[in-house]
Design a binder for this molecule. Structure first.
Ligand SMILES: [Fe+2]
Ligand SMILES: [Fe+2]
Length: 373
């Protein structure tokens, strides 16, 4: 594929540049995009299922049973279906750059949702602990609906991600259970914060709602909120997970990595955010603020997102990513050198972010929260 490399106004490589707008996106290409394993694309995970299965939830039993009861009641049972609110989408009339970025957003979201489904389903299949298997079955149910609903939206554009093929062929990354807790807890809570921030913004500015799927985000993000609650409880079963010195360093690492990845990924979609009427920098900071506030339920500190070095570090990470992307497109030794320098600069930017002192706080006796945004 010989794709020109137009850059958006900010000089950032966008999906338009990465995937091209002249070539039509097909299901095959969409599945190829979903198959990619880079630092910025959603991955599939596997873990030590026996260790996970051995968790004893007795010390959080009351909250556990409340949460499972809510999930079993299945408030979103009928939600992920198209109804009269599903407006017709003029895919052919959509501006090509927006179409490319929006499709990229849908593919990436579908892959991320399905990644949760695959992991949770596997835990349910392999486990024998009734508490654990019940929880993971409920979460797999939700993620399957989410991924399926996005794929339905993509189908209207003549595209579908081949989820069966992904299950069989996509690379699985091994994470120890505790890393699954840290990473998945954050991805569920940041997922909630992202969806609700877009939903609330579009409530105020319906003229920017260029696709009906955004109308579904409110109930949708409540599922993600519950999943995050479950991981908070899983971490609470073992206080060492959030209290030991070493684990605190890991929590800081995952907070930095998840926030940094989101920042860079969103800045790759300037046209998409412009169409939503959302300033991508404002959006990023707003999502960090909500996620940090929520994560106080279980993590003993938050990142100091108002520290002057925080924004600088994120911007450096973003610049480094632009350089890596440019190096990838530019073939030959010069491209490799560009990628190498970009990677070194990204590592340096990450180190800057990681070196910022955290903000400590007291944690509540119970982790349980309601979605309040
Ligand atoms: Fe989901
Ligand atoms: Fe989820």
């Amino acid at each position: 594929m010989n794709i020109q490399t137009p850059k958006d106004l900010n000089g950032h490589a966008s999906p338009t540049a990465l995937h091209g707008t002249n070539e039509a996106m097909t299901s095959e290409k969409a599945t190829d995009v979903a198959m990619q394993d880079t630092l910025l694309t959603p991955r599939f995970y596997t873990t030590d299922f026996n260790e996970l299965d051995a968790i004893n939830v007795e010390n959080v039993r009351h909250d556990w049973d409340t949460l499972i009861g809510q999930m079993e009641a299945d408030p979103n049972k009928g939600h992920f279906k198209k109804n009269a609110d599903w407006d017709t989408v003029d895919w052919d009339g959509m501006e090509p750059a927006l179409r490319a970025e929006f499709i990229d957003f849908l593919i990436s979201s579908c892959t991320a949702e399905f990644s949760g489904c695959v992991l949770y389903k596997e835990m349910k299949r392999r486990g024998s602990n009734p508490d654990i298997t019940q929880l993971f079955q409920l979460m797999a149910r939700d993620e399957a609906r989410h991924a399926g609903f996005i794929n339905d939206a993509l189908r209207e554009a003549g595209i579908a991600v081949n989820l069966g093929f992904l299950t069989q062929q996509k690379k699985y990354t091994y994470f120890r259970p505790k890393f699954i807790y840290y990473a998945t807890y954050l991805s569920e809570k940041i997922g909630y914060a992202r969806y609700i921030t877009i939903f609330r913004h579009l409530e105020k500015h319906p003229e920017h709602r260029f696709h009906p799927i955004f109308k579904w985000f409110e109930e949708w993000c409540n599922d993600e909120f519950s999943h995050g609650e479950a991981f908070a409880l899983l971490m609470k079963t073992d206080p060492k997970l959030t209290e030991s010195r070493q684990n605190r360093l890991w929590i800081k690492f995952f907070l930095t990595a998840v926030y940094g990845t989101m920042w860079v990924r969103d800045h790759q979609r300037p046209v998409f955010h412009e169409a939503l009427g959302v300033d991508v920098t404002w959006y990023g900071m707003e999502v960090f603020r909500k996620t940090s506030e929520i994560s106080k339920q279980i993590y003993p500190f938050t990142l100091d997102i108002d520290h002057p070095r925080f924004r600088k570090g994120l911007d450096k990470l973003q610049d480094a990513n632009v350089q890596i992307a440019a190096g990838k497109r530019q073939r030959g030794v010069a491209g490799k050198i560009k990628q190498f320098i970009g990677t070194a600069r990204a590592a340096a930017a990450f180190a800057v972010l990681y070196s910022i002192p955290v903000v400590h706080h007291e944690r509540p006796a119970s982790t349980m929260m309601e979605p309040a945004y």
